[in-house]
Design a protein around this ligand. Structure first.
Ligand SMILES: O=C(O)CCC(=O)C(=O)O
Ligand SMILES: [Fe+2]
Length: 472
């Protein structure tokens, strides 16, 4: 699981991301553009906790209408804003596709059928069910009825049992302790990896406390997911990336070695807008996400740089690599897309997803109970933790806390450029140090020049540093 909100430590300008920082230099790092990017998520998290029955889409709309002022938004909401018809997330039949259809003079050669071209629109949600639509309009592909029915049910039953002891991740937001709006646990392949997770890996400032080993069923399904995802990756490369993997995408087969398992118990449980952390996955990561139980909407939206210039630039993604899917030229593309994830569907988040899109599972106004799971949805995200991104192989700042890997998404300048930064500000009792350096990778996404830069190797952050959690 990945951060869905991040505590914002200090407010400063992001001007240091304008290219003045040499790649190997450790330098002062004012608050980065990413924390600006996430401040909307922080605001949404605060609003969600104050107004738990209002869906995130509505909160975002009203927040934007109030120029990002949380207090003013909250006042409006307290004045009992009537719900807009059609707002929120139900799994009711879509009524909206037609309004998104535009005629296309020349048929899209990638389209497998003569279907109308669909566009997401700002402020509106495009609902997608069909695998061909999903593959054309998002950086994801979906396989319905992925496992043999009995295997899916048996895995679901096992994970429903496991999930009884899952916990909400709590984390510190300003001076408050906030809970993630769903429960989860993290699974790895062996006891040794479990120990490493507990003693070497750091998530938003602390170690995970609930780490388990993959059950035999999760292992068996992992092998199936691995095979399918590798097939989908090749298909994607051929059909969408012009036959060549993306710059920084690993050319090696995707071999998942860990999984976050999430449980959403009832329609209100959710996960806010986020991109999955790349710190341990590396750039251009691929994730295989299996859904079981209740159907929920998985929402995606493109990250549009706020730089006006970008909207008019036909090629804003100077360094996103060949085939990078960033065609931000149309501001309407900022609209949300809802991918409906039924029981036993495998969603592949491809290499163009995390850096260029955000995703969420929004609260639903209604759900159709599942015969085995009742109101619950289980989601397993299989991930490949790359050795080159093990904390022992990545930079460490003077304060001794492993740095995190982020990407510039807000400003056109340096858009798509990766950087390492200190995350100690999320550790209780620690102030973020000022570590910042641009990250460099070879064409296959392996880190370059890290060793020379390791400032001070202290012992790894351990469990006994008081835990303070954000959603994974
Ligand atoms: O529940 C899902 O489908 C997505 C979960 C997710 O985004 C995550 O674990 O990072
Ligand atoms: Fe995620």
């Amino acid at each position: 699981m990945d951060t869905f909100v991040t505590r914002q430590k200090r407010k400063c300008s992001d001007s240091n991301l304008s290219g003045a920082v040499p790649a190997t230099q450790v330098t002062t790092q004012p608050t980065t553009q990413s924390s600006h990017e996430e401040s909307t998520d922080v605001k949404l998290a605060i609003l969600s906790s104050l107004h738990p029955t209002i869906d995130q889409e509505t909160l975002l709309d009203i927040l934007l209408a109030h120029d990002g002022d949380v207090e003013a938004t909250s006042r409006t909401l307290k004045a009992r804003l009537p719900r807009k018809p059609g707002m929120g997330s139900t799994v009711a039949a879509q009524s909206s596709l037609r309004s998104f259809a535009v005629s296309s003079a020349s048929p899209d050669p990638l389209s497998q059928s003569k279907r109308p071209k669909l566009l997401s629109r700002k402020g509106a949600t495009l609902h997608l069910y069909d695998p061909v639509d999903i593959s054309e309009h998002t950086p994801c592909t979906i396989i319905h009825n992925f496992l043999p029915a009995e295997e899916a049910n048996s895995l679901l039953e096992e994970l429903l049992e496991e999930s009884k002891s899952f916990e909400k991740i709590t984390f510190k937001l300003f001076d408050n302790v906030v809970s993630s709006p769903h429960t989860s646990s993290f699974y790895v392949g062996s006891y040794e990896e479990l120990q490493e997770q507990k003693h070497e890996y750091v998530y938003n400032g602390s170690a995970l406390t609930d780490v388990r080993t993959l059950t035999p069923q999760l292992e068996r399904v992992k092998a199936r997911v691995q095979e399918a995802v590798n097939r989908e990756i090749q298909e994607r490369i051929q059909t969408r990336y012009g036959g060549k993997k993306l710059k920084y995408q690993s050319p090696k087969p995707w071999t998942p070695n860990a999984a976050f398992v999430n449980c959403y118990n009832g329609p209100q449980e959710s996960v806010g807008w986020h991109s999955d952390h790349l710190t341990y996955l590396g750039p251009r990561a691929v994730i295989g996400s299996l859904s079981l139980g209740v159907t929920r909407e998985f929402r995606v939206r493109r990250i549009v740089p706020q730089d006006d210039a970008v909207a008019n630039d036909p090629n804003p993604s100077g360094n996103s690599g060949n085939g990078g899917s960033n065609n931000n030229t149309n501001p309407d593309l900022a609209g949300q897309i809802a991918i409906h994830l039924p029981h036993n569907s495998l969603l592949v988040m491809h290499a163009d997803m995390q850096e260029e899109w955000k995703h969420s599972v929004s609260p639903a106004q209604a759900i159709d109970p599942h015969p085995v799971a009742g109101n619950r949805r289980i989601n397993i995200t299989y991930r490949h933790y790359r050795d080159g991104f093990h904390p022992r192989n990545t930079p460490r700042c003077p304060c001794g806390v492993p740095v995190i890997l982020r990407v510039v998404t807000k400003k056109r300048e340096n858009w798509g450029r990766y950087f390492w930064m200190c995350h100690a500000g999320n550790v209780p009792g620690k102030e973020a140090c000022e570590y910042f350096r641009w990250a460099e990778f070879d064409q296959d996404g392996e880190p370059l020049g890290v060793k020379q830069d390791s400032v001070k190797r202290e012992g790894p952050a351990r469990e006994d540093s008081k835990p303070e959690k954000e959603a994974g």
